[in-house]
Write a protein that binds this ligand. Sequence first.
Ligand code: ACM
Length: 679
Amino acid sequence: MAQKMLLVFVSVIMGLFSYARLNQTFNLMPVPALVKVNAGRVGISGQFRVAVTGKPNSRMYSEASRFVRRLSNKTGIFLDMQGYVTSNDTDTTSTLLINIQRPGLLKLDEDESYTLEIHTGKIRITTVTDLGAIHGLETLLQLVSADAAGYYFPGVSIRDNPRFAWRGLLLDVALHFMPVDVVKRTLDGMAAVKMNVLHLHLCNDQGFRVESKLFPRLQQMASDGIFYTQQEINTIVNYAAQRGIRVVPEFVVPAHTTAILTAYPEFASVKKTYQLQRYFGVFDPVMDPTNEKLYPFLEKLFTEMSSLFPDDYFHIGGDENTGKDWAAVPHIKAFMKVHGMKTTMDLQTYFNQRLLPIIKKTGKKMIGWDEVLQPGLPKEITIQSWRGNEAFYSSVRKGYKAILSYGYYIDLIQPASYHYLNDPIPDSVKLTEIQKNFILGGEATMWSELVTPVTVDSRIWPRTAAIAERLWSPKTVNNVDDMYRRLDIVSLQLESLGLQHLSYKQVLMRRLCNGYNTKPLEVLVSVLEPLKIYERNEGDTMYTVFSPFTKLADIASPDQEVPRIFNEQVEAFLINLSTISEKEIRDKLILWQENNVAFKHLLLNSPALSEASLLSENLSALAAAGLEALQYIHDKKTADTEWLKQKIAIATSAKQQGGRCEIQVVNAIQKLVERVTIL
Ligand code: ACM
């Protein structure tokens, strides 16, 4: 009996132990649905071999070969035994054995699950489709570990599948064009974090970015010569398919069409000549839905464009129609009256109803931004929500399929934690299971008003990896500290793939500093973030497509690590007053205080940096105030109200923006100041 009790006791303890281990996230991002730690490991040596069995397709072999190259590059081990993984590689005693039942289809709801078993000496990836196997290989690469004995894969059993079927990234190539290479590296990054939809925003007021053979005026007159040839679109679509990623094209109508109307003004509501828009924002030009010739034009254009994109879905935009040009024209007003339409939104619904059969005829499913959700909208249209959660939940409650982008606007420079905690189905929202099933997933949106091919990676990565996790991993995976821990690691893995979100800074700083010495700028920039939400493109700086995006606000990136860690250190210090925290804080304050002298030298050689001079002075003064406060706290001395007033004034000045940036450590330093006892 006692022995049995002991056994029960031991197994309960073991159970708790393995439960704790179950929660291990290693450095995986996204965290798999289920992870169990096994005893043992698989050492990585030159003998490493991959075999594929089951019913693989050519994609499986080339992705397996790419895996071998990446593993070799990561570890520096010569994996020369196997240049390429081919159909000859079926030896089931190979280190890594992949078994797949069938090639995956690039369709919504395709099986992307995989199991990954790592036991001493052998690794097994078992899946239904090769798409699952591709995800499994990414997980395996993220598991590569090292210790004194060398590189190895830790023993684990993983069962994994995505929470949402639609895990997308919108890349806007209209406002600022992104060459094919940028798109390719973006796709590599997406695959690394198991995203599966690239939404290409292909035209807007600033340009139409795809070659049309039927309507060549579009690229000739409405692109500044900057567009993808149809061959290049083919290259992008194939590259994405190779990574298991669908490409959904967006051709926005009826508003945001200045470019189309520049080429074909006869389809405009207001009859005049149009020119490509050089600014960014919301403009009045809009197609005329009462013009019957518009529909055959759109049918031909969309049939041609949709033939370039094999995906089932086609996005027609539908956002940000001011309605002003409709309301301004007598024949449109008369049309609305005859048809009993009270608002311009009614007219837009009419337009969408006309559009739907056109899109269906091309064999596609139609998606629109949440503005299209109006009474009378056919249920088969999928809604992409961006203006708030309301439209999202009312879409699914009304029986529309929906994709969430609200809360995933990565162009708005918000921290990864904000996006990460934006769950598509929060506890606060009550939905039935049927309603939940209408939620396809979500999409991060990289609008390109303020980015160029040089800077765009720094706005997408690494934060998008946190969104990828939100859309893939179980809802219960929501520990922000652990997310940041892993995000730092994933950021370097993304860099290894060729993404330039870290390295571009050095390039821009050297140019801005006119030389190799960039250290003082680096110190300053490390505490700066660009103005957030829509603030950067307001006030005295209105950017155009021709503006230089090579300045302070472009080098500064979102969610900077230095202020994040500093803020945490100050929070901790104010609770525990530990000498370790105090030293870390003091070291940084000294660095920031002293930096201004060196920064002033840089200014002599770089007129472009002058917009940063006030920020540098403010940071220095702020750091000096922080040092004084730290000393008072350390000495347990009191200060007077005049001292406090002065320091608060310094903090207030430091909150002012400069060079379209803000200092991110003001609040933390102000908290130190406010901690000082005042007599
Ligand atoms: C949008 O951001 N206008 C969809």
